[in-house]
Design a protein around this ligand. Structure first.
Ligand SMILES: *Cc1c(COP(=O)(O)O)cnc(C)c1O
Length: 251
């Protein structure tokens, strides 16, 4: 279950088939080890920094969704890969002035963390006459560099967000502490599950199916042990990324 760091770069369709199968096997094993049905865990490939030609091979190998942290990059690739029918999840913090782009191209938004943003998204979605599946991001690590709501603010937020009819809350999303301490990482995932369970007890209508988007290349087995239903995996599918994580989670 430890931290995995030897990521093999995939370029060809066969490379992608191999990496996807390896990750899927490890997901299934982690689920079974936790007494869970592997079919409960969705694999969301995270394609940030990977260019469109390689993504085409990933689509051919079976990817039908990509997750992107930055909306400008998602917008560009959405246009490049329009003919493939692949779907896009925006998984990174969004500034209110970019709500328009998410409303236009995203099939899912996993980083909802303020009512101002909910309002901006709702306004844009109304104009387009569409709805959007969203996950509420919670900061479970207490690290200031991580985006997301404070755990204590979640219940009130979930009640308030029902005012926005275009936003369909599917569940919660988090990033664990970036730490080699497994107990600390697991604690973040366990907290997200507890918050979901409490929200369900308060009012099941507020949390939709109660999905838990948690776990990345280095920690998804731990996340699955704690109940993850969506793992967001980049490097273990595409290969090691040169861009440091601080580019995505500024401190
Ligand atoms: C990049 C990213 C991931 C995936 O990280 P990997 O180490 O590439 O698996 C998951 N979630 C978010 C929000 C990300 O930005």
């Amino acid at each position: 279950m430890g931290v995995v760091t030897d990521y093999r770069t995939a370029t060809t369709v066969d490379d992608f088939r191999a990496n996807l199968a390896a990750v899927r096997n490890r997901i299934d094993e982690a689920a079974r080890a936790a007494g869970r049905d592997p079919a409960e865990v969705r694999l969301l490939p995270v394609s940030k920094t990977v260019e469109a030609d390689r993504l085409r091979n990933a689509v051919e190998a079976g990817c039908d969704w990509f997750g992107e942290n930055k909306v400008q990059e998602a917008k560009r690739k959405h246009a490049d890969l329009d003919d493939t029918g692949v779907k896009w999840a925006v998984i990174g913090h969004l500034q209110t002035n970019k709500a328009k782009d998410v409303a236009a191209i995203a099939d899912e938004f996993q980083a909802l963390d303020s009512l101002r943003l909910a309002e901006a998204l709702d306004r844009r979605l109304q104009l387009l006459g569409r709805g959007l599946d969203v996950y509420v991001q919670v900061n479970t690590s207490g690290e200031e560099s991580k985006f997301g709501l404070a755990p204590d603010d979640l219940p009130e937020f979930l009640r308030a967000v029902t005012a926005f009819e275009t936003l369909r809350v599917r569940g919660l999303m988090t990033l664990a502490a970036l730490s080699a301490d497994e107990k600390r990482v697991r604690g973040c995932f366990a907290l997200l599950r507890e918050l979901r369970d409490r929200a369900r007890e308060d009012d099941p209508a507020l949390i939709g199916p109660g999905e838990l988007s948690m776990g990345m290349s280095g920690d998804y087995a731990l996340a699955i042990a704690e109940g993850s239903t969506c793992v967001r995996v980049g490097q273990a599918i595409f290969g090691a990324r040169a861009t440091p994580d601080s580019h995505y989670w500024p401190s």
